[in-house]
Every structure is written in structure tokens, then in C-alpha cells.
Design a protein around this ligand. Structure first.
Ligand code: SDX
Length: 442
């Protein structure tokens, strides 16, 4: 390239050219620009033209779809839902308003929000036979196992909304999932402690109703603390959607085969459960309990840095954020509000977490790898202060992420270019060989 040619940046280049070294075979690959963020190289014809695949284990540099729902700038620590910054939504919005925004692309009018809220609140009960399915679980089953089983079992009850090609049935399934997942979640908790199920109340907001179903008992009235309800509303908003993370990609891949939405969301719940993903909030609390005291932090930070140890600082690091997760900042502030409201003057876990964060963020290992606290680092401390058991933390993540999963599933189903997901591989196994009868084996 001569040095007078205008230097195109990746942001303005229209294409890339790939040449097979040692041959005269090359191809021009078009770049598809995003509204914001990196362009993508459209490699759909690469195998046909040059006979090669691309290789990207963990998909760290691969776009699997076009989407208009969420945008993350990992370097700047920016998170937008349909263009609106998470900080503004967490401050001013409600979870159902964010759910509407994620699903429909625009903030609702008052009439639209009222109708959406009515539709969700009139699907909050679950089929009485589905209620009996809980009996099949051990009382000490992990609530994420119960969630996976119960949401999957919804396919066995709601046959009138399984046709994914019918927009009306897709809409009913979406309402049923958004409305019933919190009921199933709260009942998974009640079942684990042997208390009677608390039926939903349609006069309460989404967050209030969830806390009501978690805490109310039939023998006395129960009023949800409005500060805790607002904190729950904000926690749900912070967990609602996050581009093509592992569980969302699981839902999209399942949905690409035509599987019904209940089965797809059950698959998403199963994927979220892992400690590297949504299970991290539960793992953070266990890690803080194991560290136990500020004096032990240096030992654990060293363990986290040791490549031979599989110990990691849970709640730290992120595939996309190479800056502070904006959700973690809001979560830390919410943590202080909840502790103040509950008059918890000193929470050793919060002191420990803040000291751990301070030490890690000044340690070269973490600085060099751009490892910062993520959404899971503080959320568990809030939930614990609210009296929610550690085993329920990922369940709450699943309740909130259900609206993101459904929005992404809906976007995929409605995308005319959508096709079944089917990644390829680089084969490293044996070349073809003939079967050896048992007598001929060594
Ligand atoms: C969520 O994708 C999403 O958007 C997810 C999520 C969402 O809203 O859907 O944001 C929710 O899942 C948040 C992340 C929750 N998980 C954790 O907090 C678990 C702890 N974090 C790590 O397991 C890890 O950071 C991941 C899984 C989150 C990201 O892993 P990557 O992108 O594959 O990074 P990596 O493993 O390649 O790490 C790069 C380097 C490695 O060191 P080197 O090989 O370069 O020497 O950083 C190190 C890692 O060992 N590293 C850590 C670390 N995280 C990464 N070292 C110590 N402690 C950590 N937490």
C-alpha cells in the first residue's frame, strides 16, 4: 500500500481481502458496519471460495447474529438497551417497562405499559397440575434444578402457545414466561423450606409481587418494604439482558431448531447456572465466606493469580468488559442503600468485598488483564441482606434474564435470514481406518 493512500480505519473500511499464501487464490470479504461498535467480516462465502473455516473457540471475536436489543462497549464500560444507558434505566424505569423496551424496541406510552402490565399480571398463576410437579423434587434440590425442570415442564401444559410461527402464540408464550417464572422461582424457595406456596397478587408491581411470594405466609399479613421492592426492581433491570452471553446464545441456538419457547428458556436457565456465568453471584458469597477476614485476602489473591490453581476471584473479570461493569457500580450503590434501610451498620461481607476490590484493582495481574468487578460481585451481598438464601441468587438472575432471553428469541424468530445454528470444527482425530475384529486387537 503506498504511503499516500488514505489510511482506512476498521471503522471505515468496506471490505477485507484474504489471500491463501503460496497461491494466487484470494477473496474480498465485505464488512458489515454496526450502528455503533465494530464492523463484522461476512465470512459466509469463505468456505465455498477458499475451502477454509474460521476458528474462534468461545466465540470471543465472532458475531453470531445481527441484533438491535443491547450494545456493550467493553472498553468504556457502556451498556445500552435499545440505545438507553443502563444507568438511566436503573434510575428511572421499572422492570416491566424495560421488558417492554427490550421486546418492542421503544419505551411504551402509558396506555401500552398499562396493557403490557395487565397481560403479564393476568398470567402469573401456574396450572394447578404444574404446581403438583414440585412434589417430584427433593426438598433439598438446588432451586436452579427445580427452575430448569419446571420451566421445561411448561411445554407439557401450555399446548395452545407452542406454534412459534404464529405471532399471537409467540406473544402469549412470552407473557406466560415473564409472568410465571417469578411464581415458579418463589415457589421453588417455598418448597425448599417446607412452607405453603404464596399465590401471586396482581395488585403488586413485578418486584413487589416477587418479594411478596417469597416472604408472605398465610397466617399473617405481609407488606413488602418499598425500599427493598425498589432495590429488587433495580436488580431485575440490571440483569435483564446482556447481548449474546452464554445463556442467551443457548436460547438462540435452541430456538434456531424450532424448539418451543418454554424448552428454549429452560435451556437458557441450565446454561446460566454455571459458576462462570450466572452462578457467579452464589459463588462470590461462598468465596467471601471462605476468605473470611481481610487479613486472608492477600493469600487468596495470590491463589487467584496462580495458573496452577483453578481458584478465581468470583465476580471478577468479564469476556467483554475490560473496564468496570457499569452494573457493578449501580449494584454497589444499591447495596449501601439496602444495608442502610435495614439498619445494618457493618456488614463484614461488604467490607471484605470492598477491600478485596481495592487490593485486586491495584495488583498488576488484574490491572494487566483488565479484570474488574462484574455484575455478580456485589449482588449477592444485597440479596443476603434481604434475607434471600444464597442458593436462590442465580434463580433471581434467571427471573430477570427471562425477558432478555425472550426478546432475543423473538428477534431471532422474526429475522428472515435466520437459519439453524450449526458451528463447524477443525478435525484433529484419526484419519479413515478399517474396523478391527476383537481377535485382531492388541
Ligand atoms: C456473567 O457474557 C456475559 O455478558 C455474562 C454476564 C451477563 O450479564 O450475561 O455479564 C454475566 O456471567 C458475569 C461473569 C460472572 N463470572 C465470574 O465472575 C467468574 C469469574 N470470572 C472468570 O471466570 C472469567 O473472568 C470469565 C469467565 C467471566 C471470563 O472469562 P474469559 O473471557 O474466558 O477470560 P479468560 O478466562 O481468558 O481470562 C483471561 C485471563 C486468564 O489469565 P491468563 O491465561 O491470561 O494468564 O484472566 C484470568 C485468566 O486466568 N482471569 C482471572 C479471572 N478472570 C479471568 N484470574 C483470576 N480471577 C478471575 N476472576
Amino acid at each position: 500500500m503506498n504511503d499516500t493512500a488514505p489510511v482506512a480505519s476498521a471503522a471505515t473500511a468496506q471490505s477485507i481481502t484474504i489471500t491463501l499464501d503460496g497461491t494466487n487464490r484470494s477473496m474480498t470479504i465485505p464488512l458489515i458496519p454496526g450502528t455503533i461498535g465494530p464492523s463484522v467480516a461476512d465470512i459466509r462465502k469463505l468456505y465455498g471460495e477458499l475451502g477454509i473455516f474460521t476458528y474462534d473457540p468461545g466465540y470471543g471475536g465472532t458475531a453470531a447474529c445481527e441484533s438491535k436489543i443491547t450494545y456493550i462497549d467493553g472498553d468504556e464500560g457502556i451498556l445500552l438497551h435499545r440505545g438507553y444507558p443502563i444507568e438511566q434505566l436503573a434510575e428511572h424505569s421499572s422492570f416491566l417497562e424495560v421488558a417492554y423496551l427490550l421486546m418492542h424496541g421503544e419505551l411504551p406510552s402509558q396506555a401500552e405499559l398499562t396493557e403490557f402490565t395487565y397481560n403479564v399480571s393476568h398470567h402469573t398463576m401456574i396450572h394447578e397440575q404444574l404446581r403438583r410437579v414440585f412434589e417430584g423434587f427433593r426438598r433439598d434440590a438446588h432451586p436452579m434444578a427445580v427452575m430448569t425442570g419446571m420451566v421445561g415442564a411448561m411445554s407439557a401444559f401450555y399446548h395452545d402457545s407452542l406454534d412459534i410461527n404464529d405471532p399471537r402464540q409467540r406473544e402469549i408464550s412470552a407473557f406466560r414466561l415473564i409472568a410465571k417464572v417469578p411464581t415458579i422461582a418463589a415457589w421453588a424457595y417455598k418448597y425448599s423450606v417446607g412452607q405453603p406456596f404464596t399465590y401471586p397478587r396482581n395488585d403488586l408491581s413485578y418486584a413487589e409481587n416477587f418479594l411478596y411470594m417469597m416472604n408472605a405466609v398465610p397466617v399473617e399479613p405481609y407488606k413488602v418494604n418499598p425500599v427493598l421492592a425498589q432495590a429488587m426492581n433495580r436488580i431485575f433491570i440490571l440483569h435483564a439482558d446482556h447481548e449474546q452471553n452464554a445463556s442467551t446464545s443457548t436460547v438462540r441456538l435452541s430456538g434456531s431448531t424450532g424448539a418451543n419457547p418454554f424448552a428454549c428458556i429452560a435451556a437458557g436457565i441450565a446454561s446460566l447456572w454455571g459458576p462462570a456465568h450466572g452462578g457467579a453471584n452464589e459463588a462470590v458469597l461462598k468465596m467471601l465466606a471462605e476468605i473470611g477476614h481481610v487479613r486472608n485476602i492477600p493469600e487468596y489473591v495470590e491463589k487467584a493469580k496462580d495458573p496452577k490453581s483453578n481458584f478465581r476471584l468470583m465476580g471478577f473479570g468479564h469476556r467483554v468488559y475490560k473496564n468496570y461493569d457499569p452494573r457493578a457500580k449501580i449494584m454497589q450503590r444499591t447495596c449501601r442503600e439496602v444495608l442502610d434501610e435495614l439498619n445494618i451498620k457493618d456488614e463484614p461481607l461488604l467490607d471484605l468485598a470492598m477491600e478485596l476490590e481495592k487490593i485486586a484493582l491495584h495488583d498488576d495481574y488484574f490491572v494487566k488483564r483488565k479484570l474488574y468487578p462484574n455484575v455478580d460481585f456485589y449482588s449477592g451481598i444485597i440479596l443476603k441482606a434481604m434475607g434471600i438464601p444464597t442458593s436462590m441468587f442465580t434463580v433471581l438472575f434467571a427471573v430477570a434474564r427471562t425477558v432478555g432471553w425472550i426478546s432475543q428469541w423473538k428477534e431471532m424468530i422474526e429475522d428472515p435470514s435466520q437459519r439453524i445454528g450449526r458451528p463447524r470444527q477443525v478435525y484433529k482425530g484419526a484419519t479413515q481406518r478399517d474396523y478391527v475384529p476383537m481377535a485382531g486387537r492388541g
